[in-house]
Design a protein around this ligand. Structure first.
Ligand SMILES: Nc1ncnc2c1ncn2[C@@H]1O[C@H](COP(=O)(O)OP(=O)(O)OP(=O)(O)O)[C@@H](O)[C@H]1O
Ligand SMILES: [Mg+2]
Length: 356
């Protein structure tokens, strides 16, 4: 693909891009993960279509939806395993993604694109002779407040819906982005460690023993001394009834046991929130229960969690809130009682009729 093609393509796939939120005042009170208008493209494929959702402390949120609807991608964006194409992800009132200028009016108005378009708007109101040498600041002075406000809204909308920002947006713009990042930014690697993730296929290292698997990250990342990590890992293994397996290799464990180890491994890092991506769907049916019961115990203890699951019964039992994803959008969200008993959206009704 040539550079030009790429740009054409980008324009094409972004032409329906409409950002909704304006300046975010992210107080972070009670919100652990805040997903703000996240878009994700894989090549031409738009997988997340401007998703916003906030996960509050102590909440248990189930994510359901058809295969390919973007559930895993959303989860992976929540801990930056995938970087959103547009939009922001916040963890505890710190921004983990690059700043998305489209989400912040105060940044957009510093851009050259905004200034250029504003001058064009203003010039269109003026007589021919006055047009030529007008500078941004002078142009602004010529227009009264209300008119300016309306023009500004119009221009901001054009910029957002047309994905109009380009590379050279000027020093003021760059400064504004940087100031935002300085104020709210956080070391992504550090932040990510506070988000535990459990995958469908366990992702244990087969060449390491269970205990080695559990202490690897916290020790390598210098979050814990080897002694502390080992102490914590052994406690967790005891809790899940697998202390006697500490020196075994993963291949010696059943699927259910491996998944419980994977969950315990995430807990060694003292995460603030746990993300589960279909933690039971690779398991034989008789092992599903032991894993769900461990997750339920964690939920009961107050752990904040987001669970992508096909286990509707479990979602009903454990979640405070259920999000239904379809085509990269949250199409419906509600308490489990409401969502399962009186679904409103047609596609949700159709989905539930197939899975319940
Ligand atoms: N790294 C990638 N590169 C290209 N396409 C991807 C990538 N990851 C996901 N996709 C595509 O994005 C879409 C959504 O995938 P995702 O895994 O988020 O769906 P899902 O809702 O989790 O589905 P499932 O229920 O089958 O797990 C799919 O069409 C998938 O093929
Ligand atoms: Mg998935």
């Amino acid at each position: 693909m040539t550079e030009d093609n790429k740009n054409d393509f980008k324009d094409d796939c972004c032409k329906n891009l409409v950002y909704v939120s304006e300046d975010i005042v992210n107080t972070g009170i009670g919100v652990v993960i805040d997903v703000q208008n996240v878009y994700k493209y894989f090549g031409q494929l738009k997988v997340l279509n401007g998703i916003s959702c906030a996960i509050k402390k102590g909440e248990k949120v189930a994510v359901i939806g058809p295969s390919g609807s973007g559930k895993s991608t959303l989860l992976r964006c929540m801990n930056l395993l995938e970087e959103p194409t547009y939009g922001e992800v916040w963890l505890d009132a710190s921004i983990m993604t690059p700043v998305d200028p489209y989400l912040h009016k105060s940044i957009l108005v510093k851009s050259n694109t905004y200034k250029r378009l504003m001058i064009e708007e203003i010039k269109s109101m003026l007589g021919k002779g006055e047009k030529d040498k007008l500078k941004y600041d002078d142009a602004i002075r010529l227009v009264d407040g209300d008119t300016l406000e309306n023009m500004s809204d119009k221009v901001l909308k054009q910029i957002k819906s047309g994905d109009r920002l380009k590379k050279r947006e000027g020093i003021e713009f760059v400064k504004a982005v940087k100031a935002y990042k300085d104020r709210y930014g956080v070391n992504i690697n550090k932040a990510r460690q506070r988000v535990g993730m459990v995958f469908q296929h366990f992702n244990l290292f087969n060449n390491l023993t269970i205990l080695q698997n559990m202490i690897l990250s916290p020790v390598q990342l210098k979050l814990k001394s080897k002694e502390d990590a080992t102490y914590k890992a052994l406690k967790l293994l005891e809790r899940i009834g697998l202390l006697d397996k500490k020196d075994e290799y993963p291949s010696k464990l059943s699927g259910g046991q491996k998944q419980r180890v994977a969950i315990a491994r995430a807990l060694v890092m003292d995460p603030e929130v746990m993300l589960f991506d279909e933690p039971t769907s690779a398991l034989d049916p008789e092992m599903v229960g032991e894993v769900l019961s461990l997750i339920k115990d964690l939920a009961d203890e107050g752990m904040t969690m987001v669970i992508v699951t096909h286990e509707m019964g479990f979602a009903k039992e454990v979640a405070n809130r259920v999000l239904f994803l379809d085509g990269g959008n949250i199409v419906e969200e509600n308490t489990p009682e409401e969502l399962f008993n009186s679904p409103k959206n047609e596609r949700l009704k159709d989905f539930l009729s197939k899975v319940l």
